[in-house]
Design a protein around this ligand. Sequence first.
Ligand SMILES: *[C@@H]1O[C@H](CO)[C@@H](O)[C@H](O)[C@H]1NC(C)=O
Ligand SMILES: *[C@@H]1O[C@H](CO)[C@@H](O)[C@H](O)[C@H]1NC(C)=O
Ligand SMILES: *[C@@H]1O[C@H](CO)[C@@H](O)[C@H](O)[C@H]1NC(C)=O
Ligand SMILES: *[C@@H]1O[C@H](CO)[C@@H](O)[C@H](O)[C@H]1NC(C)=O
Ligand SMILES: *[C@@H]1O[C@H](CO)[C@@H](O)[C@H](O)[C@H]1NC(C)=O
Ligand SMILES: *[C@@H]1O[C@H](CO)[C@@H](O)[C@H](O)[C@H]1NC(C)=O
Ligand SMILES: [Ca+2]
Length: 512
Amino acid sequence: MAQFGFCLLLLFFGLIHHIKSHIKKEDQTGVMERPNFIIILADDIGWGDLWVNSTPTTPHQNPDFHSPASTCSPSRATLLTGRHGLRNGVTHNFAWGSVRGLPLNETTFAQVLHDAGYYTAIIGKWHLGHNGSYSPVHRGFDYYFGICYSNDMGSTDKPGLDLPSCPPCVHSQYTTRKHEECYTEVALPLFENETIIEQPLDTWSLKNRYASAAVKQIFTTSFSKKQPFLLYVALAHMHVPLFHNSFLNVTTQDPFTASLSDMDSLVGTIMQTVSTEQLENTLIWFTGDNGPWEQKCQFAGHVGPFVGKWQATGGGSAKRTTWEGGHRVPTVVAWPKKIKPNSTSRALLSGLDIFPTILSLAGVKPPSDRRYDGNDITDILLNDSDTAHKSLMHPNSGAAGQFGDLQTIRLKHHKAFYITVGSVTCGGRSGQQQYQDPPLIFDLSQDEAEETPLNPESDEYRSVLKEVEREREALLWDIATDKVSLADYTVIPAAVSCCQPHNPTCRCHSLK
Ligand SMILES: *[C@@H]1O[C@H](CO)[C@@H](O)[C@H](O)[C@H]1NC(C)=O
Ligand SMILES: *[C@@H]1O[C@H](CO)[C@@H](O)[C@H](O)[C@H]1NC(C)=O
Ligand SMILES: *[C@@H]1O[C@H](CO)[C@@H](O)[C@H](O)[C@H]1NC(C)=O
Ligand SMILES: *[C@@H]1O[C@H](CO)[C@@H](O)[C@H](O)[C@H]1NC(C)=O
Ligand SMILES: *[C@@H]1O[C@H](CO)[C@@H](O)[C@H](O)[C@H]1NC(C)=O
Ligand SMILES: *[C@@H]1O[C@H](CO)[C@@H](O)[C@H](O)[C@H]1NC(C)=O
Ligand SMILES: [Ca+2]
């Protein structure tokens, strides 16, 4: 481990040194005043994965930051547009053969920042459509390096760790190998801008490649262009299949922990790069897209104390559900000299807030012809304020009800469910969908495990329900009178990302 870290640091310091001496030769008078942004999004990380070993706190003191949905595409679409899936149209995941993606008239924060003079780059997972004009380079990003969807949506020659474990890619069109729950037909592609540069991609070396791509983007491009930058790093970690740098000795660690250290080291490299240059003008925001994928057993993350006990007898309560395990994600924001070190906010916050906050810090406004759901939380980040969402709605993300419907509502420390269901557990159990009439209401300040709902006869229940209904109706009316887009989820074989359209197994080595 230690040796691994040492080698990696040497490697990157070498690279940093090289780039620095290169930059020094250039005129550096174009001082950046608008902040740079680095948004790091982990995939399927659990609340407990980063804080599980920290000092125990009393329930109502645990950080209360939520992903905007509990599955990939909707969560990412909302993060990038600041609008719920009911507005931006993305309510479930895109497939490997999706013809379209995030509706083209929806505006990402990258587009707004790009138009305001920012250099914008994305490294990692997109999952908002990969075909033609849906690629990130047409959605506000100057540069793209990564996998256009999830890292399990294609075969690789050396498969990572998954459950079930998937076979390697087929090498010829005459071999057919069907394997339920695995993507066996098409190899996993790696893109640079709009070009597939490797297929199948070697996921085991992905961490180092993402790290060098991030370092390179931070140094060369932003500096030489003298523009402020936005770097969106959408990690493959901690989504299955797990892979980790070969330097790590897995015999001494379980694969999940090894993969978590691998992620940690990637994030560390990015932080290191920023602090080496003393970029005091850079805000770094780390968060997750949804909770752990419980069905993946030992390869899934941890929900911490948010175990969703009410649901526990009938299925899981993490990814795809609106239980705390699906939505509450670890979130860390760093900005040297601006954000007080080691401070923690207990306010009710969401990934919805990233869009308005970074645009406000950059001093730019998004299109005014539509409405947004997040809050500008600059005051919470910089001034220790605790004014947060009074209410926050969680969309259905596939486990229950209609995709995108807002049937789970946080009202301060209370949480109401109009519908419940359990996702698939590690043992394969799942729960029945149930409409809750009257809704279940939990008091998270007393019951973060969501075990015992309030008695519907109680005064507390009645007054909370009244307020919940008012908030929900107001939001639904606001959406009904807004500009609302619809995503087209059509899938056709011709839209599959393939480096050689006439090669049925999509293998292309040495494309560079
Ligand atoms: C998506 O892919 C299909 C099939 O390859 C193609 O016909 C279509 O024009 C593409 N759509 C866009 C918006 O580029
Ligand atoms: C990717 O696109 C950017 C912006 O158009 C361009 O500067 C860069 O050279 C491209 N990279 C590659 C490898 O094509
Ligand atoms: C991995 O760890 C085991 C157990 O501690 C040790 O015996 C082995 O030498 C290690 N392998 C490497 C490559 O470091
Ligand atoms: C923040 O907390 C860490 C861990 O407790 C400690 O090592 C560090 O010195 C603290 N930093 C500041 C500026 O308080
Ligand atoms: C933070 O507080 C300072 C001093 O009170 C004030 O000038 C500034 O406007 C506040 N910032 C925000 C974002 O409210
Ligand atoms: C996008 O276009 C569709 C179809 O014309 C329209 O219904 C929707 O309101 C538009 N969305 C935005 C945000 O303009
Ligand atoms: Ca995810």
